[in-house]
Write a protein that binds this ligand. Structure first.
Ligand code: AMP
Length: 403
């Protein structure tokens, strides 16, 4: 399982072809709206520069679907990276071909090359062999520091690796694997998972994999209502995935005969329509009025979840507890965010993954009170669902590191 780390390979004067995640939001004026991902990559890039390497960075940005789309160019990222690094960053107008090869060859140690958006070529997501070979020409060793795309078998995460003897993980990737790995393989007890979000469908495999591994799964968000429906409750107009009722019933049965407790909300905030200004009230889950829909967990549930969190030694949280984009239904998600941060203060190991939960944490400025904020929502879920991530599989095993 342990992979070769960039810290264990010789990089001096070598071109290090590194997959990074520079998939940043770009605003209408073509500027970077949030540079968190560029900052996150700095530690590995700086490490490489300090070792005299010649980093050649590649990333995707948005979904250009194989076409050159100027508004999805990585050029503004090259500019931002140069400012943050205080080191020269050369930008290659294309990620393969003469221009890219020339930029890679021209860069001296202490300089960085950033290639244009990988997904301007549809061959990237197709994991095309020729495209992967072209990319491989740009480096002497390969590093993957983009955990967020490690669950996808693309040319830059899998195909390209076939051409390298040394395929290492970057420092960010190391941190992700260590933190998520510790949840699966050596969690402190009690280990508690909090899952929310709109649908059960995206999280069935993770729930199934966590049964028997965690002590409790706390369920909030829209997905709770499919559980209630499976238990025979009336949930009004709340979100229910009818086709999953049998699956959910089976999960509840399996949990009963396992060491894992599934904990559902006791009360919910219901609204008379799906609207930020809807009429709302808090009711017990057994009393959801006809025609109303549950859009957040209630006060009593927030308190109960907080109590569970107080005694936990390990926590994994993914998914909002309600429609947190609307102020009226954001209370539950914020309450859980605060409770998770408080647990960390008391020595609990806390890992938060997924765009919405991470957004809730950062909007409350709690990111420094979380043990590990995962950069990969989908990838962290697949990892915890027990699936192997193709981008991680493709890396060399640690023991093959040259001595
Ligand atoms: P997911 O991508 O599955 O994690 O779902 C995230 C989305 O779930 C957010 O956009 C929330 O607004 C939505 N959500 C959370 N709770 C509910 C709910 N009770 N009803 C409908 N949508 C919800």
């Amino acid at each position: 399982m342990k992979k070769l780390s960039v810290q264990d390979i010789e990089v001096r004067d070598r071109r290090v072809l590194m997959r990074v995640d520079f998939n940043v939001p770009i605003n209408e004026a073509g500027r970077i709206a949030d540079d968190t991902r560029v900052r996150a990559a700095l530690s590995t890039v700086k490490f490489l520069l300090s070792k005299g390497a010649r980093p050649v960075l590649m990333s995707h940005l948005g979904r250009p679907k194989g076409k050159v789309q100027p508004q999805l160019s990585l050029r503004p990222v090259a500019q931002r990276l140069q400012e943050l690094l205080s080191a020269p960053v050369r930008f290659a107008e294309d990620c393969v071909g003469e221009n890219a090869v020339a930029a890679g060859n021209a860069a001296r140690s202490g300089e960085v090359v950033l290639l244009e958006n990988l997904r301007f070529h549809e061959a990237e997501t197709r994991n095309d062999e020729d495209f992967a070979r072209d990319l491989a020409q740009l480096g002497d060793v390969y590093v993957n520091d983009a955990f967020g795309t490690a669950h996808r078998a693309h040319a830059s995460t899998v195909g390209v690796t076939r051409h390298f003897e040394e395929r290492a993980s970057g420092l960010l990737m190391d941190k992700e694997l260590e933190n998520l790995g510790s949840l699966l393989y050596s969690p402190g007890r009690p280990f508690l998972a909090i899952l929310g979000g709109a649908k059960v469908s995206g999280k069935i495999e993770i729930i199934e994999n966590l049964i028997g591994k965690v002590d409790s799964v706390l369920i909030g968000g829209g997905m709770a209502f499919t559980f209630f429906r499976a238990l025979g409750l009336d949930v009004g107009e709340s979100l229910v995935e009818e086709t999953l009722l049998d699956t959910v019933q089976a999960i509840l049965e399996r949990a009963k005969s396992s060491s894992t407790q599934i904990i559902l909300p006791e009360d919910v905030v219901v609204a008379d329509r799906f609207d930020a200004h809807a009429q709302k009230q808090e009711v017990l889950v057994t009393d959801i009025p006809e025609g109303w829909r549950g859009l957040d967990i209630g006060t009593r549930t927030c308190r109960r979840f907080a109590e569970h969190l107080e005694s936990a030694a390990t926590v994994f949280w993914n998914g909002p507890m309600g429609v947190f984009e609307m102020e009226a239904f954001a209370k539950g998600t914020r309450s859980v965010a605060r409770s998770v941060a408080r647990s960390t203060d008391h020595g609990c190991r806390t890992v938060v993954g997924g765009g919405d939960s991470v957004a809730a944490i950062t909007s409350l400025d709690l990111q420094n009170r979380i043990t590990h904020v995962s950069t990969g929502g989908g990838a962290s879920l697949e990892f915890l669902a027990g699936k192997s991530l193709p981008g991680v599989e493709a890396l060399s095993d640690a023991r093959s590191a040259p001595v």
